[in-house]
Design a protein around this ligand. Structure first.
Ligand code: HAM
Length: 420
């Protein structure tokens, strides 16, 4: 063991578990690729102001959790705590919105960083796959994203997740609600920090997990009752569209997300097997974000699903993904001549697209067969001096245990045929 350990709140992805992570990323990305979303990749850090303006000065993410630093050149940067602001920044910078093809639909996959108190399901370095549809106000787009996330989770075999849905209103109706909520909250018995929150981010108080706070919130004005007609009609259409597709959801009038940019549709995917960190994904509409970061008006919607928590959700449901073995053929040479011959065969198999591996380090038969077993290979090819003198190699089917001699020249063709 080295003297170094992974930093607090982080962990390493290692084989064999890492294969599950890759498969989860792939399962989330597949429906997006299949629905017109193009891949986008942005830097792991941005100007800190992009996040303070975009995600919001009053959010925990910006005030408490950001890895912000000043570079040697004097730039104020931050490791990205989320993807939406960066993706929108990139789209605006490249003028994708001017190419006459709205919405611009983008998907991404990567690492994000938040200085949070680590616990199960909550890390300082975590991984998301996300999607953003930029520049269109259409309830069908909100519905599309919710349906695609549902499809992704189902394709992984998850069943015990729920979709929580809410509307946060728009710049017409939300300020009216905000004022009414502030009036109500000021009459409650709350601690200093929560009182401060009433001024900067009153909706967040609704999200307070403490019982004594929740008790006092009974009778609080609900945004639902303040939505303007346009927001109400929009929300109704989103609900109708996802209902028509058979996607079950729950109305959650108290759902407030931890980022400031949301308007109208907001949703969260929660998994009941995860304990406190139950949100496996979340998203919503952010019609004002573009203007907040200096762009034109570009109503948009998106989500991000947490890869770490999705893997934990699979574990909680006892789902093991049916992952194909990484190696199909394992070659075991016994002696120098066999090394040369089998090394060439392994290279040939690989070129033909067959996953093949080789016993390195001049091991004896016993040790090499142990490696072959561990590799999960379906077939092992063994060759010694005597085999080669007869012009053959031994082909062992690791499932049936049967072994037979196959001519050296015929082995690649035989394996191709058997692995078909
Ligand atoms: P978010 O709800 O902050 O939204 O994060 C989305 C998901 O990332 C969470 O549901 C969770 O699964 C995962 N996640 C967040 N923080 C952590 C953590 N510390 N450890 C492990 N997993 C975590 C956003 O980030 C928005 N950008 C989503 C969005 C896209 N909205 C519109 N477009």
């Amino acid at each position: 063991m080295s003297t170094f350990k992974a930093p607090k709140g982080t962990y390493d992805l290692l084989p064999p578990d890492s294969a599950t992570y890759l498969a989860v990323r792939e399962a989330i990305a597949a429906p997006l690729r299949n629905s017109g979303y193009g891949y986008v990749e942005t830097p792991g850090f941005e100007n800190v102001e992009l996040f303070s303006r975009g995600v919001g000065e009053s959010t925990d993410i910006v005030t408490k959790e950001m890895y912000a630093f000043t570079t040697r050149g004097g730039d104020q940067l931050a490791l990205r705590p989320e993807g939406t602001a960066s993706v929108l920044r990139a789209a605006l910078e490249a003028n994708l919105h001017k190419a006459g093809n709205l919405p611009v639909k983008l998907w991404y996959s990567g690492s994000y960083y938040r200085y949070e108190r680590p616990q199960k399901g909550r890390y300082r370095h975590f991984s998301q796959v996300g999607a953003e549809a930029i520049g269109a106000e259409d309830p069908a787009l909100d519905a599309e994203l919710i349906i695609l996330a549902d499809q992704a989770y189902r394709s992984l075999g998850l069943r015990e997740f729920r979709i929580l849905l809410n509307s946060l209103g728009d710049k017409e109706c939300r300020p009216v609600y905000r004022a009414a909520l502030q009036d109500f909250l000021r009459g409650l018995d709350l601690d200093e920090e929560t009182r401060r929150r009433i001024d900067i981010n009153p909706l967040r108080v609704l999200d307070d997990k403490r019982d004594d706070v929740q008790k006092q919130l009974v009778g609080a004005p609900m945004l639902r009752d303040y939505l303007c007609d346009a927001c109400k009609a929009y929300h109704e259409q989103v609900r109708e569209l996802i209902t028509a597709e058979g996607v079950a959801y729950e109305d959650d009038p108290k759902l407030v997300r931890g980022l400031d940019y949301y308007t109208r549709t907001t949703f969260e995917f929660v998994h009941d097997g995860l304990g406190a960190q139950s949100a496996v994904g979340g998203g919503g509409r952010y019609d004002g974000l573009s203007e907040m970061i200096g762009g034109p008006a570009l109503p948009s919607v998106g989500w991000a699903l947490g890869v770490d928590r999705t893997v934990l959700a699979l574990e909680a449901e006892g789902v093991t993904l049916d992952l194909p073995s990484a190696t199909s053929v394992f070659a075991v040479p016994l002696g120098d001549e066999a090394r040369r011959v089998l090394f060439a065969k392994v290279t040939e198999l690989r070129k033909a697209g067959i996953a093949a591996d080789f016993s390195y380090g001049g091991k004896g038969l016993k040790g090499a067969m142990k490696n072959a077993n561990r590799s999960g290979a379906r077939f092992t090819v063994v060759a010694g001096e005597r085999d080669l003198a007869e012009g053959v190699v031994q082909l062992k089917d690791m499932e049936s245990g049967e072994q037979e001699a196959v001519a050296v020249e015929a082995i690649v063709g035989e394996l191709k045929a058997r692995l078909g």
